[in-house]
Design a protein around this ligand. Structure first.
Ligand code: 9WN
Length: 466
Protein backbone atom coordinates (compact mmCIF):
# COMPACT_ATOMS: atom_id res chain seq x y z
CA UNK A 1 0.00 0.00 0.00
CA UNK A 2 1.35 3.47 -0.81
CA UNK A 3 1.83 6.03 1.95
CA UNK A 4 -1.10 7.98 0.57
CA UNK A 5 -3.44 4.99 0.58
CA UNK A 6 -2.37 4.20 4.12
CA UNK A 7 -3.11 7.77 5.17
CA UNK A 8 -6.50 7.63 3.48
CA UNK A 9 -7.32 4.47 5.40
CA UNK A 10 -5.77 5.53 8.73
CA UNK A 11 -7.92 4.86 11.80
CA UNK A 12 -9.42 7.61 13.95
CA UNK A 13 -12.89 8.89 14.61
CA UNK A 14 -12.42 12.58 15.42
CA UNK A 15 -13.28 15.45 13.12
CA UNK A 16 -9.64 16.00 12.28
CA UNK A 17 -9.15 12.35 11.38
CA UNK A 18 -12.16 12.57 9.14
CA UNK A 19 -10.85 15.72 7.45
CA UNK A 20 -7.37 14.24 7.04
CA UNK A 21 -8.82 11.16 5.39
CA UNK A 22 -11.18 13.13 3.18
CA UNK A 23 -8.40 15.50 2.03
CA UNK A 24 -6.12 12.56 1.31
CA UNK A 25 -8.89 10.94 -0.74
CA UNK A 26 -9.21 14.06 -2.86
CA UNK A 27 -5.47 14.01 -3.59
CA UNK A 28 -5.55 10.30 -4.35
CA UNK A 29 -8.45 10.81 -6.74
CA UNK A 30 -6.69 13.66 -8.54
CA UNK A 31 -3.34 11.86 -8.90
CA UNK A 32 -2.56 10.87 -12.48
CA UNK A 33 0.47 8.66 -11.86
CA UNK A 34 3.09 11.41 -12.06
CA UNK A 35 1.35 14.52 -10.76
CA UNK A 36 -1.91 15.85 -9.38
CA UNK A 37 -4.55 17.63 -11.47
CA UNK A 38 -6.28 20.58 -9.76
CA UNK A 39 -9.63 19.02 -10.69
CA UNK A 40 -10.50 16.03 -12.87
CA UNK A 41 -13.25 17.94 -14.64
CA UNK A 42 -12.30 21.61 -14.93
CA UNK A 43 -8.48 21.46 -14.92
CA UNK A 44 -7.41 18.01 -16.19
CA UNK A 45 -3.67 18.77 -16.57
CA UNK A 46 -0.81 19.75 -14.24
CA UNK A 47 -0.75 23.40 -13.17
CA UNK A 48 2.39 25.07 -11.89
CA UNK A 49 1.48 26.83 -8.65
CA UNK A 50 -1.24 24.29 -7.90
CA UNK A 51 1.42 21.57 -7.88
CA UNK A 52 3.58 23.54 -5.46
CA UNK A 53 0.64 23.89 -3.05
CA UNK A 54 -0.25 20.24 -3.54
CA UNK A 55 3.31 19.18 -2.67
CA UNK A 56 3.15 21.31 0.50
CA UNK A 57 0.16 19.25 1.66
CA UNK A 58 1.23 15.89 0.27
CA UNK A 59 4.54 16.04 2.16
CA UNK A 60 2.70 15.22 5.38
CA UNK A 61 1.19 12.00 4.11
CA UNK A 62 3.40 10.92 1.20
CA UNK A 63 6.74 12.79 1.10
CA UNK A 64 8.04 10.82 -1.86
CA UNK A 65 4.94 11.58 -3.88
CA UNK A 66 5.35 15.24 -2.96
CA UNK A 67 8.89 15.14 -4.37
CA UNK A 68 7.59 13.47 -7.52
CA UNK A 69 4.90 16.12 -7.95
CA UNK A 70 7.54 18.85 -8.09
CA UNK A 71 9.97 16.83 -10.18
CA UNK A 72 7.34 16.10 -12.82
CA UNK A 73 6.69 19.82 -13.14
CA UNK A 74 10.39 20.65 -13.23
CA UNK A 75 10.80 17.99 -15.94
CA UNK A 76 8.82 20.28 -18.24
CA UNK A 77 11.08 23.29 -17.62
CA UNK A 78 12.12 25.23 -20.71
CA UNK A 79 15.72 25.85 -21.77
CA UNK A 80 15.49 29.50 -20.73
CA UNK A 81 14.51 28.43 -17.20
CA UNK A 82 10.79 29.15 -17.29
CA UNK A 83 8.44 26.72 -15.60
CA UNK A 84 5.30 26.60 -17.75
CA UNK A 85 1.96 27.24 -16.11
CA UNK A 86 0.42 24.05 -17.57
CA UNK A 87 2.02 20.70 -18.37
CA UNK A 88 -0.42 18.86 -20.61
CA UNK A 89 -1.39 15.25 -20.11
CA UNK A 90 -1.25 13.66 -23.59
CA UNK A 91 -3.99 11.19 -22.74
CA UNK A 92 -6.57 13.94 -22.15
CA UNK A 93 -8.62 14.89 -25.28
CA UNK A 94 -7.75 18.28 -26.78
CA UNK A 95 -11.27 19.65 -26.25
CA UNK A 96 -11.23 18.99 -22.50
CA UNK A 97 -9.48 22.27 -21.68
CA UNK A 98 -8.95 25.50 -23.53
CA UNK A 99 -6.36 26.67 -24.49
CA UNK A 100 -5.07 23.22 -25.44
CA UNK A 101 -1.62 22.18 -26.72
CA UNK A 102 -2.56 22.96 -30.32
CA UNK A 103 -3.06 26.58 -29.26
CA UNK A 104 0.25 26.95 -27.40
CA UNK A 105 2.33 24.85 -29.86
CA UNK A 106 5.21 24.75 -27.40
CA UNK A 107 7.17 21.82 -28.76
CA UNK A 108 8.07 23.35 -32.15
CA UNK A 109 11.80 23.14 -32.78
CA UNK A 110 12.08 26.82 -33.67
CA UNK A 111 11.27 27.98 -30.16
CA UNK A 112 14.04 30.32 -29.07
CA UNK A 113 13.00 29.88 -25.47
CA UNK A 114 13.86 26.17 -25.59
CA UNK A 115 10.55 24.46 -24.87
CA UNK A 116 10.94 20.72 -24.30
CA UNK A 117 10.21 18.49 -27.27
CA UNK A 118 8.93 15.55 -25.27
CA UNK A 119 6.01 17.18 -23.50
CA UNK A 120 3.45 19.83 -24.45
CA UNK A 121 3.11 22.86 -22.21
CA UNK A 122 1.69 26.36 -22.13
CA UNK A 123 4.18 29.20 -22.67
CA UNK A 124 3.30 31.50 -19.79
CA UNK A 125 4.23 31.08 -16.12
CA UNK A 126 2.63 31.20 -12.68
CA UNK A 127 3.83 32.44 -9.26
CA UNK A 128 7.15 30.93 -8.11
CA UNK A 129 6.07 28.96 -5.04
CA UNK A 130 8.26 26.04 -6.06
CA UNK A 131 11.50 26.55 -4.13
CA UNK A 132 9.49 27.22 -1.00
CA UNK A 133 7.53 24.03 -1.65
CA UNK A 134 10.72 22.02 -2.31
CA UNK A 135 12.25 23.20 0.95
CA UNK A 136 9.10 22.38 2.93
CA UNK A 137 8.91 18.96 1.26
CA UNK A 138 12.53 18.33 2.24
CA UNK A 139 11.88 19.37 5.84
CA UNK A 140 8.97 16.95 6.14
CA UNK A 141 11.32 13.97 5.76
CA UNK A 142 14.98 15.02 5.45
CA UNK A 143 16.25 11.43 5.57
CA UNK A 144 14.08 10.36 2.62
CA UNK A 145 14.96 13.55 0.80
CA UNK A 146 18.70 12.88 1.26
CA UNK A 147 18.34 9.24 0.31
CA UNK A 148 16.76 10.22 -3.01
CA UNK A 149 19.09 13.16 -3.60
CA UNK A 150 15.99 15.34 -3.90
CA UNK A 151 17.55 18.73 -3.19
CA UNK A 152 20.68 18.28 -5.34
CA UNK A 153 18.39 17.28 -8.23
CA UNK A 154 15.95 20.16 -7.96
CA UNK A 155 18.36 22.92 -6.95
CA UNK A 156 19.82 23.71 -10.41
CA UNK A 157 16.35 23.78 -11.97
CA UNK A 158 14.94 26.05 -9.29
CA UNK A 159 17.95 28.34 -9.58
CA UNK A 160 17.47 28.54 -13.37
CA UNK A 161 13.78 29.36 -12.85
CA UNK A 162 14.62 32.24 -10.54
CA UNK A 163 17.32 33.47 -12.96
CA UNK A 164 14.75 33.55 -15.76
CA UNK A 165 12.39 35.66 -13.64
CA UNK A 166 15.17 37.98 -12.47
CA UNK A 167 16.48 38.61 -15.99
CA UNK A 168 14.00 38.04 -18.84
CA UNK A 169 11.05 39.13 -16.69
CA UNK A 170 12.54 42.26 -15.15
CA UNK A 171 10.69 44.26 -17.78
CA UNK A 172 10.56 47.37 -15.62
CA UNK A 173 14.30 47.29 -14.92
CA UNK A 174 13.70 47.88 -11.21
CA UNK A 175 14.54 44.46 -9.78
CA UNK A 176 11.04 42.90 -9.77
CA UNK A 177 9.57 40.22 -12.04
CA UNK A 178 6.70 41.24 -14.34
CA UNK A 179 3.71 39.17 -15.35
CA UNK A 180 2.59 39.52 -18.96
CA UNK A 181 -0.81 37.81 -18.87
CA UNK A 182 -3.57 37.84 -16.19
CA UNK A 183 -3.21 34.05 -15.90
CA UNK A 184 0.39 34.50 -14.73
CA UNK A 185 -0.27 35.98 -11.27
CA UNK A 186 -2.87 33.20 -10.89
CA UNK A 187 -5.57 35.75 -9.93
CA UNK A 188 -6.99 35.74 -13.44
CA UNK A 189 -9.89 38.17 -13.52
CA UNK A 190 -9.03 40.32 -10.51
CA UNK A 191 -10.40 43.87 -10.87
CA UNK A 192 -6.77 44.93 -10.45
CA UNK A 193 -6.16 43.93 -14.08
CA UNK A 194 -9.28 45.58 -15.56
CA UNK A 195 -7.70 48.80 -16.79
CA UNK A 196 -4.57 47.14 -18.17
CA UNK A 197 -6.64 44.43 -19.85
CA UNK A 198 -9.05 46.94 -21.37
CA UNK A 199 -6.21 48.13 -23.62
CA UNK A 200 -5.96 44.68 -25.21
CA UNK A 201 -7.78 44.15 -28.51
CA UNK A 202 -10.08 41.13 -27.93
CA UNK A 203 -9.59 38.10 -30.19
CA UNK A 204 -12.63 37.42 -32.42
CA UNK A 205 -15.22 35.55 -30.36
CA UNK A 206 -15.58 32.81 -32.99
CA UNK A 207 -11.83 32.09 -32.95
CA UNK A 208 -11.97 29.99 -29.75
CA UNK A 209 -14.26 27.71 -27.76
CA UNK A 210 -14.20 27.86 -23.97
CA UNK A 211 -14.23 24.46 -22.25
CA UNK A 212 -14.54 25.85 -18.72
CA UNK A 213 -18.27 26.58 -19.11
CA UNK A 214 -18.90 22.84 -19.61
CA UNK A 215 -18.09 22.46 -15.90
CA UNK A 216 -18.54 25.84 -14.19
CA UNK A 217 -21.40 28.30 -13.93
CA UNK A 218 -20.94 31.38 -16.16
CA UNK A 219 -21.75 33.55 -13.10
CA UNK A 220 -18.69 32.16 -11.29
CA UNK A 221 -16.23 32.35 -14.19
CA UNK A 222 -14.50 35.15 -16.14
CA UNK A 223 -16.59 36.69 -18.92
CA UNK A 224 -16.31 35.97 -22.66
CA UNK A 225 -14.77 39.41 -23.15
CA UNK A 226 -12.08 38.60 -20.55
CA UNK A 227 -11.37 35.35 -22.41
CA UNK A 228 -11.14 37.09 -25.78
CA UNK A 229 -8.42 39.31 -24.33
CA UNK A 230 -6.63 36.41 -22.63
CA UNK A 231 -6.54 34.66 -26.01
CA UNK A 232 -5.14 37.71 -27.80
CA UNK A 233 -2.34 38.14 -25.25
CA UNK A 234 -1.35 34.47 -25.29
CA UNK A 235 -1.46 34.27 -29.10
CA UNK A 236 0.73 37.37 -29.42
CA UNK A 237 3.32 35.88 -27.06
CA UNK A 238 3.21 32.58 -28.97
CA UNK A 239 3.56 34.34 -32.32
CA UNK A 240 6.75 35.94 -31.01
CA UNK A 241 8.14 32.51 -30.09
CA UNK A 242 7.63 33.29 -26.38
CA UNK A 243 10.60 35.62 -26.62
CA UNK A 244 10.19 38.12 -23.78
CA UNK A 245 12.47 40.70 -25.38
CA UNK A 246 10.71 40.67 -28.77
CA UNK A 247 7.07 40.40 -27.68
CA UNK A 248 5.22 43.74 -27.65
CA UNK A 249 3.70 43.24 -24.18
CA UNK A 250 0.31 44.98 -24.08
CA UNK A 251 -0.07 43.74 -20.51
CA UNK A 252 2.95 44.01 -18.19
CA UNK A 253 2.46 44.32 -14.46
CA UNK A 254 4.59 43.97 -11.33
CA UNK A 255 2.36 42.02 -8.97
CA UNK A 256 2.96 42.04 -5.18
CA UNK A 257 1.92 38.42 -4.60
CA UNK A 258 4.07 37.08 -7.44
CA UNK A 259 7.11 38.98 -6.20
CA UNK A 260 6.51 38.18 -2.51
CA UNK A 261 6.47 34.50 -3.43
CA UNK A 262 9.64 34.95 -5.45
CA UNK A 263 11.34 36.50 -2.42
CA UNK A 264 10.12 33.80 -0.01
CA UNK A 265 11.29 31.20 -2.54
CA UNK A 266 14.66 32.92 -2.92
CA UNK A 267 15.15 32.57 0.85
CA UNK A 268 14.15 28.92 0.53
CA UNK A 269 16.66 28.53 -2.30
CA UNK A 270 19.36 29.91 0.01
CA UNK A 271 18.44 27.25 2.58
CA UNK A 272 18.53 24.58 -0.15
CA UNK A 273 21.89 25.90 -1.42
CA UNK A 274 23.37 25.47 2.05
CA UNK A 275 22.29 21.84 2.17
CA UNK A 276 23.63 21.02 -1.30
CA UNK A 277 26.89 22.91 -0.76
CA UNK A 278 26.19 25.75 -3.21
CA UNK A 279 26.61 29.48 -2.61
CA UNK A 280 23.70 30.60 -0.46
CA UNK A 281 24.98 34.18 -0.22
CA UNK A 282 23.94 35.03 -3.76
CA UNK A 283 20.36 33.95 -3.02
CA UNK A 284 20.26 35.93 0.20
CA UNK A 285 21.53 39.01 -1.58
CA UNK A 286 18.93 38.63 -4.32
CA UNK A 287 16.17 38.16 -1.75
CA UNK A 288 17.33 41.30 0.08
CA UNK A 289 17.52 43.35 -3.11
CA UNK A 290 14.08 42.18 -4.26
CA UNK A 291 12.60 43.04 -0.86
CA UNK A 292 14.01 46.56 -1.22
CA UNK A 293 12.55 46.81 -4.73
CA UNK A 294 9.16 45.53 -3.54
CA UNK A 295 9.05 48.23 -0.86
CA UNK A 296 10.33 50.99 -3.16
CA UNK A 297 8.15 50.20 -6.13
CA UNK A 298 4.92 48.68 -4.77
CA UNK A 299 4.38 49.73 -1.15
CA UNK A 300 1.80 52.49 -0.68
CA UNK A 301 2.02 53.70 2.92
CA UNK A 302 -1.08 55.89 2.64
CA UNK A 303 -3.21 53.02 1.36
CA UNK A 304 -1.64 50.51 3.78
CA UNK A 305 -1.32 47.92 1.04
CA UNK A 306 1.06 46.92 -1.76
CA UNK A 307 -0.18 48.03 -5.18
CA UNK A 308 0.62 46.33 -8.47
CA UNK A 309 2.48 48.55 -10.95
CA UNK A 310 1.32 48.81 -14.54
CA UNK A 311 4.52 48.92 -16.59
CA UNK A 312 2.78 50.20 -19.70
CA UNK A 313 1.60 53.41 -17.98
CA UNK A 314 4.32 53.35 -15.32
CA UNK A 315 1.63 53.97 -12.68
CA UNK A 316 0.54 52.03 -9.59
CA UNK A 317 -2.82 50.26 -9.94
CA UNK A 318 -5.12 51.67 -7.26
CA UNK A 319 -7.46 49.36 -5.36
CA UNK A 320 -7.27 46.68 -2.70
CA UNK A 321 -6.58 43.19 -4.02
CA UNK A 322 -5.62 40.30 -1.77
CA UNK A 323 -2.32 40.20 -3.69
CA UNK A 324 -1.36 43.43 -1.91
CA UNK A 325 -1.53 41.70 1.50
CA UNK A 326 0.58 38.67 0.57
CA UNK A 327 3.96 40.37 1.17
CA UNK A 328 3.20 39.60 4.84
CA UNK A 329 4.99 36.32 4.12
CA UNK A 330 8.25 38.05 3.18
CA UNK A 331 11.02 37.35 5.72
CA UNK A 332 12.45 40.58 7.06
CA UNK A 333 9.52 42.80 6.05
CA UNK A 334 9.77 45.96 8.22
CA UNK A 335 7.48 45.60 11.22
CA UNK A 336 5.65 48.89 10.58
CA UNK A 337 4.75 47.68 7.08
CA UNK A 338 3.58 44.33 8.46
CA UNK A 339 1.51 46.08 11.12
CA UNK A 340 -0.13 48.29 8.46
CA UNK A 341 -0.97 45.22 6.36
CA UNK A 342 -2.57 43.51 9.35
CA UNK A 343 -4.61 46.68 10.01
CA UNK A 344 -5.77 46.70 6.38
CA UNK A 345 -6.69 43.01 6.58
CA UNK A 346 -8.77 43.69 9.70
CA UNK A 347 -10.34 46.85 8.25
CA UNK A 348 -13.56 47.21 6.22
CA UNK A 349 -12.02 46.09 2.93
CA UNK A 350 -11.12 42.53 3.96
CA UNK A 351 -12.77 42.20 7.42
CA UNK A 352 -10.40 39.51 8.63
CA UNK A 353 -12.17 37.38 11.23
CA UNK A 354 -15.62 38.76 10.39
CA UNK A 355 -16.18 37.20 6.98
CA UNK A 356 -15.22 33.79 5.66
CA UNK A 357 -11.47 33.51 5.02
CA UNK A 358 -9.84 36.41 3.17
CA UNK A 359 -11.76 37.91 0.23
CA UNK A 360 -9.81 38.23 -3.00
CA UNK A 361 -10.92 41.82 -3.50
CA UNK A 362 -12.03 44.88 -1.52
CA UNK A 363 -15.48 44.19 -0.03
CA UNK A 364 -16.37 47.89 -0.28
CA UNK A 365 -15.41 48.35 -3.96
CA UNK A 366 -18.02 48.62 -6.67
CA UNK A 367 -16.15 45.92 -8.64
CA UNK A 368 -16.52 43.42 -5.78
CA UNK A 369 -18.48 40.31 -6.78
CA UNK A 370 -18.60 37.60 -4.13
CA UNK A 371 -19.23 34.80 -6.60
CA UNK A 372 -17.08 35.56 -9.60
CA UNK A 373 -13.70 33.88 -9.40
CA UNK A 374 -10.99 36.37 -8.34
CA UNK A 375 -13.30 39.40 -8.16
CA UNK A 376 -14.19 38.86 -4.51
CA UNK A 377 -14.52 35.22 -3.46
CA UNK A 378 -12.20 33.90 -0.76
CA UNK A 379 -9.65 31.36 -1.97
CA UNK A 380 -7.80 28.81 0.13
CA UNK A 381 -4.28 29.36 -1.21
CA UNK A 382 -4.19 33.11 -0.65
CA UNK A 383 -5.79 32.57 2.77
CA UNK A 384 -3.12 29.98 3.59
CA UNK A 385 -0.42 32.50 2.65
CA UNK A 386 -1.96 35.16 4.86
CA UNK A 387 -2.17 32.65 7.67
CA UNK A 388 1.59 32.11 7.35
CA UNK A 389 2.14 35.86 7.28
CA UNK A 390 0.07 36.42 10.41
CA UNK A 391 1.98 33.67 12.23
CA UNK A 392 5.28 35.15 11.06
CA UNK A 393 4.40 38.56 12.46
CA UNK A 394 3.35 37.45 15.91
CA UNK A 395 -0.40 37.48 15.22
CA UNK A 396 -0.82 34.04 16.78
CA UNK A 397 -4.46 34.50 17.78
CA UNK A 398 -5.55 35.74 14.36
CA UNK A 399 -3.56 32.96 12.67
CA UNK A 400 -5.19 30.35 14.89
CA UNK A 401 -8.68 31.61 14.18
CA UNK A 402 -8.05 31.81 10.44
CA UNK A 403 -6.69 28.30 10.48
CA UNK A 404 -9.76 26.95 12.28
CA UNK A 405 -12.06 28.79 9.87
CA UNK A 406 -10.16 27.49 6.84
CA UNK A 407 -10.29 23.88 8.03
CA UNK A 408 -13.98 24.20 8.76
CA UNK A 409 -14.65 25.71 5.32
CA UNK A 410 -12.66 23.00 3.51
CA UNK A 411 -14.61 20.33 5.36
CA UNK A 412 -18.03 21.94 5.04
CA UNK A 413 -17.78 22.66 1.32
CA UNK A 414 -16.24 19.36 0.17
CA UNK A 415 -12.97 21.15 -0.68
CA UNK A 416 -14.50 23.89 -2.80
CA UNK A 417 -12.41 25.93 -5.19
CA UNK A 418 -13.49 29.19 -3.49
CA UNK A 419 -16.15 30.67 -1.17
CA UNK A 420 -18.58 33.53 -1.15
CA UNK A 421 -17.03 35.58 1.70
CA UNK A 422 -20.28 36.68 3.40
CA UNK A 423 -22.22 33.42 3.31
CA UNK A 424 -19.26 31.03 3.33
CA UNK A 425 -21.01 28.98 0.62
CA UNK A 426 -18.69 26.95 -1.61
CA UNK A 427 -18.41 28.17 -5.21
CA UNK A 428 -16.66 26.83 -8.29
CA UNK A 429 -15.82 23.15 -8.40
CA UNK A 430 -15.42 20.73 -5.46
CA UNK A 431 -12.67 18.25 -4.58
CA UNK A 432 -10.20 20.94 -5.59
CA UNK A 433 -6.63 19.77 -5.00
CA UNK A 434 -4.99 22.77 -3.36
CA UNK A 435 -7.93 23.19 -0.98
CA UNK A 436 -7.40 19.59 0.17
CA UNK A 437 -3.60 19.88 0.27
CA UNK A 438 -3.53 23.13 2.22
CA UNK A 439 -6.11 21.75 4.66
CA UNK A 440 -3.70 18.86 5.25
CA UNK A 441 -0.89 21.32 5.82
CA UNK A 442 -2.94 23.36 8.28
CA UNK A 443 -3.92 20.19 10.13
CA UNK A 444 -0.25 19.38 10.56
CA UNK A 445 1.12 22.86 11.00
CA UNK A 446 -0.63 23.55 14.21
CA UNK A 447 -1.07 21.42 17.23
CA UNK A 448 -3.14 24.49 18.08
CA UNK A 449 -0.02 26.36 19.13
CA UNK A 450 -0.76 29.14 16.69
CA UNK A 451 2.76 29.07 15.28
CA UNK A 452 1.44 27.96 11.92
CA UNK A 453 4.85 26.47 11.26
CA UNK A 454 5.73 29.69 9.56
CA UNK A 455 8.78 31.71 10.55
CA UNK A 456 11.30 28.99 11.21
CA UNK A 457 10.76 27.17 7.94
CA UNK A 458 13.36 29.23 6.15
CA UNK A 459 16.01 29.07 8.85
CA UNK A 460 17.85 26.32 7.04
CA UNK A 461 17.92 24.20 10.19
CA UNK A 462 16.71 20.76 9.26
CA UNK A 463 14.02 19.40 11.51
CA UNK A 464 13.03 22.80 12.81
CA UNK A 465 9.85 23.09 10.76
CA UNK A 466 7.43 21.52 13.15
C1 9WN B 1 -5.98 29.38 -16.06
C2 9WN B 1 -5.80 25.77 -11.89
C3 9WN B 1 -5.82 27.25 -12.19
C4 9WN B 1 -5.22 28.09 -11.07
C5 9WN B 1 -5.45 29.58 -11.27
C6 9WN B 1 -6.94 29.80 -11.47
C7 9WN B 1 -7.43 28.97 -12.66
C8 9WN B 1 -6.96 28.75 -15.08
C9 9WN B 1 -8.37 28.81 -15.64
O1 9WN B 1 -7.18 27.60 -12.42
O2 9WN B 1 -6.83 29.45 -13.84
O3 9WN B 1 -4.67 29.17 -15.62
O4 9WN B 1 -8.66 28.04 -16.57
O5 9WN B 1 -9.19 29.62 -15.18
O6 9WN B 1 -7.22 31.14 -11.65
O7 9WN B 1 -4.97 30.31 -10.16
O8 9WN B 1 -3.84 27.85 -11.00
O9 9WN B 1 -6.37 25.51 -10.65
Amino acid sequence: MTALLEAAAAPGTGRRDHLRRAATHVLLGNWTGAATVPSRALYPHQWSWDSAFVAIGLRHVAPRRAQRELETLLGAQWGDGRIPHIVFNPSVPLGAYFPSPDFWRSSGTDRVAGAPSTVETSGIVQPPVHALAAWLVHLADPAESRRRGFLPRVYPRLAAWHRYLATSRDLGGGGLAAVTHPWEPGLDNSPSWDAALARVEPAPRESFRRADLDHGSPADRPTDLDYARYVRLAATYRDHAYDDARTPHAFAVEDPCFNALLIASEHALAAIARVVGADDGAHRRRAGAATGALLDRLWDPAAGVFLPRDLVTGEPIAGYGVSGLIPLIVPGLPEDVAAALVRTARGPRFRLGQVHLVPSYDLTAKEFDGNRYWRGPSWFNTTWLIHRGLARHGEAGAARRLRAQTLDAADRTGFAEYLEPYTGKGRGIRRFSWTAALALDLLHASGDDGSGGAPEDLSGEEGSAR
